[in-house]
Every structure is written in C-alpha cells, then in structure tokens.
Design a protein around this ligand. Sequence first.
Ligand code: NAD
Ligand code: UGA
Length: 462
Amino acid sequence: MIKNICCIGAGYVGGPSMAVIALNCPEIMVNVVDINSQKIDEWNSSDFSKLPVFEPGLDNIIKKCRGKNLFFSTEVEKNISNAEVIFISVNTPTKTVGVGKGYASDLKWIESSARQISKFAKNHTIVIEKSTLPVRTAETIKNILDSSEEIADFGIKKVSKTFSIISNPEFLAEGSAINDLQNPDRVLIGGEDKKSIELVSNIYKNWVDPRKIITTNLWSSELSKLVANAFLAQRISSINSISALCELTGANINEVAIAIGTDKRIGNKFLNAGPGFGGSCFKKDILNLVYLCQYYGLPEVADYWEQIVKINSWQQERISSLVIKNLFGTLSNKKLAVLGFSFKANTNDTRESPSISIAKNLIKEGAELNFYDPKVNKEDILKEFQRKENEEKINVCETALIAAKGTDAVIVLTEWEQFNNLDWEYIFKLMRKPAWVFDSRNYLNTDQLKKIGFNVWSLGQS
Ligand code: NAD
Ligand code: UGA
C-alpha cells in the first residue's frame, strides 16, 4: 500500500486534488511542493480566505488535513526522495516561441520536474502525469528518468532507481472542483505496468466506486484528456454560433437549448450560450490537438478542431461590436460597468477570461470601464491592462452598485449568482440615460429589467 505521495505543483489542480486525496486517505502522507514560495506561504496561511485557490468547500478540507497528513512546502528535493508516488501537476501553457509557437504545449516545466525526479528519487517510484499533456509525452518523461545515472545509496548496498510512468489526467472543472474530485464521473488511469496501475487505483478506491475507474494504455489516457476538453469546448462553440442566428431570426437560444437538449443523444449539459469559453485549458488543449494533427500529417482534422477556437474568438468580437453599435457607434466619453472578471462563476481564476478580451475591445473604442467581481483581486484585474490603481479609464470597484454609478451601460460577463439579486431599480437611478444592460450570459430577468426602464440586450434573443 502507498504511504507517501509527493505532488509537484501547488496550483488549481495540485492543491485541490491532493487535499481530496489527503481527506479520503488519512493513512497516506501527502506533500505538495512548488517553486513559488509565495504560493506555498498562501497555502500555509492561517487566514483561510488567503488560500491561493478559491473553491467552494476547499478551505474546510485544508482546515481538517493541513499539518496532519497534508503539507505544503518548497522542499522539492526532500519530498521527491521520500515519495513512492509522485504526481506531476505543473503548468503546460501554449508555447510562445520556437517550433509549434502558438499551438504546441510548452513542456519545459514537465521536463524540469522529470529531471528533478530523476535526480532525487530513490528506489522504485511511480511517476504520474496529472498535468494535461500531448499524446506520447510519457515517452519523453521515460527517457529523462531512464537517463538518470545516479544510484541510490542505502548504506552498504547500492540500489538502482526504477520508475513506472502512469497517466492519470484530471477532469475537475473550476468552481466545482471539490465536488468533481469527491464524486468523479470517472478516474482514468493509463499505463503499461499492471502493478503500478493497481497501486494507483487503490488510492482512488478509498472513495471512488471501482466501476468508475477506467484503465487504458498510456497513449489512450493522454489523448482522451485532450479529446474530452475538445468535445466540451465544441459544444460551447456550437451553441454560441447558433446564438447569433437566434438574434437574427426571432428564435430564442434558451428555448433551442431545451428543445435539443431533451434528446438523450444530445443531452442537456454544456449548452449555455455565453461570451465564449475562457479558462486556462480549453483553448490551449485544442490548439495542442491541432498541432498534433498537423504533426501527424492530418491537416483536415487540424482545421476541423481549430474552427472551435475561431468561433470562440468571433463570439467575443461579436459581443464587443454589439455593445458599441447599440451605444450609438462610439464609446468615447462613455463609462461602462463590467460585472464579472473571472472566466466563470465560483472561481477567482481569470486566465483567458472573456472579460479580458471584451474589455480590451471596449477600451480601444475609448470607453472608461468600472470593474466589479466578487472574488477577483483588484491587482489581478489591473495587471491584465498593465495599469496602476486609479489610472485613467480603468477603475476597480468595491461593489456592483459603485461600479454602475454614472455609467451608460452595465455589461454582465460572468454568471455570479449575486448579479441576479442586485437592486436593479436603484442601479437604474444611478445610471446615465438611456441606460443599457448587456447580458452576455443570458441569465438575468429581462422582463423585469425592461419594466424598470432599461434597454436590454440578451445573448441569443431578438
Ligand atoms: P497552475 O499554474 O495553477 O499550477 C502549476 C504550478 O506548478 C505553479 O504553481 C508552478 O509554480 C508550479 N511548478 C512549475 N514547475 C515546477 C517545478 N519544476 N517544481 C515545482 N513546482 C513547479 O496550473 P493548473 O491550473 O494547476 O494546471 C496544471 C495542469 O493541470 C495543466 O497541465 C492543466 O492543463 C491541467 N489541468 C488544469 C485544470 C484546471 O482546472 N486548472 C483542470 C484539469 C487539468
Ligand atoms: C474544463 C472542463 O470542464 C474540465 O473537465 C477540465 O478538467 C478542465 O477544463 C481543464 O482541463 O482545465 P473549466 O475550464 O474549469 O473546466 O470550466 P468549465 O465549466 O468547463 O467552463 C469553461 C468555460 O466555458 C467557462 O468560461 C464557462 O463559462 C464556459 N461555458 C461552460 C459556457 O460558456 N457554457 C457552458 O454551457 C459551459
């Protein structure tokens, strides 16, 4: 039985996923390590509102497990040496330079993790790919690990190091990470070495129904993660493309989504039209898939998947243009409130948030913007625009009401529940007239807003 786990990378995946293992496996020691010492300090903060990742339910698990069988530290070397199982959960963003720039995943953090494992691991170690990786990355990792020339020294006897590589991709979605980890649809474990697959399965069997544990070969597991994200993103681009057609034909996107989603073969999940998908993964994973298809000589397949990303950018451009058009074709001398900056509700993550690209388009047209988000820090908003506090044209506000004061339009870009419960009558009084609401998530009570006197634009409705 596994007794000691190390996870390299204390980010949105490493932190929550290891917390849930620690909660369900009290007899396993879980050490999460990161090179970012500020992040580690935040994980160790006594103020639980300062944890670096906001996820409903995460703080309670940290309270229960931290200091007992869950530890966060920068001691990479020591924790690698002590571990029987090492999860690699580091970032794999799109390459910005060199071969594959703009498409391929940058594996430099994976490579450096593998080199560290190769150097410091002792005895036999199971190395798990938790990060999302291009298919056949396990081969590269294996090469690095096998090139380790060192031999572990146990007193008189010298023992060779050995490694097994397992692919165990993560399917959690931010905002519902704890529930997704506690009750996963499936756990995917790919590998060649049966004994290692069994040992890793046994960790999950502490709380996951064994029927939900799928085992495959390494390459199927690596590829399935990219394909799952591509299929999910494809649904969003499909429904978003139809939202534009609804606006021109009198059809209503909510009604269309219900009408098609009741067909069991289509299903009703992931059919909410919106300002385009954000988050750190959908775009990068599809671009990575596109790169792989090109690499393996399948340009038609590459083009097919790239279209999902193109529609996503188009949806964001489209929404920006609609705002400008409705505000008499110009935003100079106009102030707008942007409600929501995270890429979806219930997370503080802003990576690839549609709010960023839409806000940038509005600023280009001369608008002054007041931002409000219930969970995103002021610094994280300002950083996206490389502006300092109180600099002209960008204000980050304490409440939605303050953000709306004196504006011509309120644009809702993240579906935070609290935006539905705002005092919209009061907001109307605070705004310059004609007062507009742009609901890019299509979830506000349009009839009520119109009754108050707002001009309302709702995505996918005419
Ligand atoms: P993240 O940026 O939040 O965290 C990665 C962490 O790894 C960072 O804190 C970084 O400092 C650390 N790191 C990098 N190199 C290191 C090294 N050599 N030693 C120690 N620490 C190191 O990223 P994330 O969102 O947690 O994503 C991690 C991986 O999981 C990515 O491949 C991503 O595609 C995948 N994934 C993410 C999600 C999600 O919801 N965010 C879901 C499923 C899968
Ligand atoms: C997504 C996947 O859902 C996870 O299974 C996967 O593990 C993860 O990516 C990953 O690999 O990183 P995440 O990006 O956290 O999770 O969140 P989603 O709920 O998938 O939302 C992604 C984006 O799509 C958000 O901007 C969201 O607002 C948007 N979305 C989602 C819609 O516009 N409509 C929908 O119906 C659903």
